[in-house]
Design a protein around this ligand. Structure first.
Ligand SMILES: [Zn+2]
Length: 281
């Protein structure tokens, strides 16, 4: 529903056509929030759709607090590196790029000029960046992926988990996210005898120490040695060495809240800036 440009439902698929028209015609600067994720293995205990659930939670909350429209155009994303584990659906580069371009292009045709993005899956990043540039060029719209806040205490704690323990996939951070938003989908009992399965050269393991003086250098050398597929370096699909059972949903809740607020602040400020002339028409 939308009345005088004010939405009371925020998923595009829940609006009627007149409600969409009311919003796009009466909100002076309508913004669409597009989220993407993945359908890919997330260790033994998290749902295959973990990253898309992440995107759905964030974009819907942002839309709700900023009178924007939330769109998650597809469940899968770019996940060829997870295909060594069953249950993954990997879109090709062209498919994901096409979905993003068609989504933006359609809504641009119907009067939307401002699009913000969020991806719950790191593997989508380069394609999403390209889609944002291409949408700007070929659909004449403004596109942006706000990232922040990066210096809060919560952000620093989570960055530390990622740097020190490689908590980047199916570890405590993602587990906390599912325990917060979709607890009924986690199967924590599957981790009863869990031990880390990360297999790296011992020298590279030593490079996972953010306290080292040469950390900036060795972190990049470690990244340069990164193998292409998850099953190259983990046998159970969990990338890190910290125990997912130590997930802290409250830490994740704080992070979720500050990220949502960052998006909302971004959108509110952005809406005060008139459309630059090059984006007219
Ligand atoms: Zn994930």
């Amino acid at each position: 529903m939308s009345e005088n440009g004010k939405l009371s439902r925020f998923w595009i698929h829940e609006l009627t056509r007149p409600a969409f028209e009311d919003w796009v015609d009466n909100d002076p600067t309508p913004v669409v929030v597009i989220g993407i994720g993945a359908v890919e293995q997330h260790g033994p205990h998290l749902p295959l759709g973990t990253d898309t659930y992440d995107a759905m939670a964030l974009v819907h909350e942002v839309a709700k607090r900023s009178n924007s429209l939330a769109v998650v155009p597809c469940w899968p994303g770019y996940s060829p590196h997870h295909m060594g584990f069953r249950g993954t659906i990997a879109f090709s580069e062209d498919t994901l790029l096409g979905i993003l371009m068609d989504t933006v292009g359609s809504l641009a045709d119907h009067g939307v000029k401002r699009f913000v993005f969020y991806s719950g899956h790191g593997g989508n990043s380069q394609i999403l960046n390209l889609a944002m540039q291409m949408a700007k060029r070929y659909h004449n719209v403004m596109t942006f992926y706000p990232r922040g806040p990066s210096s809060s205490e919560t952000a620093r704690k989570l960055a530390e988990l990622s740097a020190r323990y490689n908590d980047i996939h199916s570890g405590p951070t993602e587990t906390a996210m599912i325990l917060l938003h979709n607890p009924e989908l986690a199967e924590m009992w599957r981790l009863d005898d869990w031990t880390p399965k990360l297999k790296l050269d011992p020298k590279l393991m030593e490079f996972m120490d953010p306290d080292r003086e040469d950390y900036e250098l060795v972190r990049q050398v470690r990244a340069a040695c990164g193998e292409p597929d998850l099953d190259d370096y983990t046998s159970d699909g969990i990338a890190g060495i910290n125990d997912p059972r130590e997930a802290d949903p409250e830490l994740y809740r704080a992070r979720f809240e500050e990220r949502v607020q960052f998006y909302v602040d971004f959108i509110e400020l952005w809406k005060t800036i008139p459309l630059p002339p090059a984006f007219e028409n």
